[in-house]
Design a protein around this ligand. Structure first.
Ligand code: ZZB
Length: 260
């Protein structure tokens, strides 16, 4: 499974994260990044927030003298073996933090129209896939869209400040069947009410994935006007050359996947 690792730089910790991490000497003057794994680098123009699982444990891992990555241990170990740490295969954990403590942290999503977005809770983040950090593109991901709707409707229940979820989906890809906000459109057509509607969401994801990939055209960014299929590797390479992303792969057979 080939992902693009996306670096979302921490601009300001949430109060709770500041309390646990603020005094850690080894984090002082470092560039700290939440690392999201995506299959859709071309959608990074539409990021509106970032999701973590509240019950999951995340580590802060030393990558080199300047950079620290925040992700699950499992993914940090994969990255170490893929040559991203100063010493290959060596995982150096500086600190640990629960997903719940990260909610409200302000980060900078590369390429997005929004300069700063917030870390928010998602119920279905799984530990066995990617980095445990999911960057949110509600225009083209039904899960991201419906979770953001849940958060907007029930901010008190999810213990978030409403302003953290007050970001509208950005039209980034035009599709012949579902227009330029494919995920919201398909969620409405399928009458999906919340992130708990797993069966319909899996179907919606499949539909939106296929439509975007085979028939979508970029509406925004460096490859505006190009088909998604052409733009995808170009945006991936752009992120890598900018230092805002990197290739991240998961060993076959250890990953839960629908196709596998
Ligand atoms: C941005 C994005 C934009 C994504 C989109 C999808 C879509 P797959 O193919 O099943 O492996 N993801 C990554 N890690 C996790 C995790 N630990 N738990 C839950 N979700 C995770 O799915 C890969 C996608 O699942 C990734 O690509 C990520 O969301 C999410 F417009 O990144 B994606 C129609 C989908 N559109």
């Amino acid at each position: 499974q080939e992902y693009t690792g996306i670096k979302l730089q921490v601009i300001e910790w949430s109060e709770e994260a500041q309390n646990t991490l603020g005094s850690v000497k080894e984090l002082e003057n470092k560039n700290i990044y939440l690392i999201a794994a995506t299959m859709r680098p071309e959608t990074m123009y539409g990021q509106t927030n970032c999701y973590v699982g509240t019950g999951l444990n995340y580590g802060l891992y030393k990558i080199n003298e300047t950079d620290v990555f925040l992700c699950t241990y499992r993914s940090a170990r994969n990255m170490a073996f893929q040559g991203y740490t100063s010493e290959r295969g060596v995982v150096h954990q500086i600190a640990e933090v629960k997903g719940a403590a990260l909610i409200g942290t302000k980060v900078r999503p590369p390429l997005s129209k929004y300069d700063q977005v917030y870390v928010l809770p998602m119920e279905n983040v799984i530990t066995t896939k990617g980095t445990g950090v999911v960057t949110s593109v509600p225009s083209d991901s039904p899960d991201d869209y419906i979770t953001l709707q849940d958060l907007k409707k029930k901010s008190a229940y999810y213990k978030i400040d409403p302003s953290w979820a007050a970001f509208d989906p950005i039209p980034i890809i035009d599709t012949p069947t579902y227009g330029n906000l494919a995920a919201p459109t398909v969620c409405q057509q399928k009458k999906i009410n919340s992130q708990k509607d797993r069966v319909q969401l899996t179907e919606a994801k499949e539909i939106v994935y296929k439509e975007g990939f085979y028939n979508g055209v970029m509406l925004i960014g460096d490859f505006k006007g190009k088909p998604v299929q052409e733009a995808k590797p170009l945006v991936r390479d752009l992120l890598i050359s900018n230092g805002q992303g990197f290739l991240y792969s998961e060993p076959e057979g250890l990953v839960m996947s629908r196709s596998g």
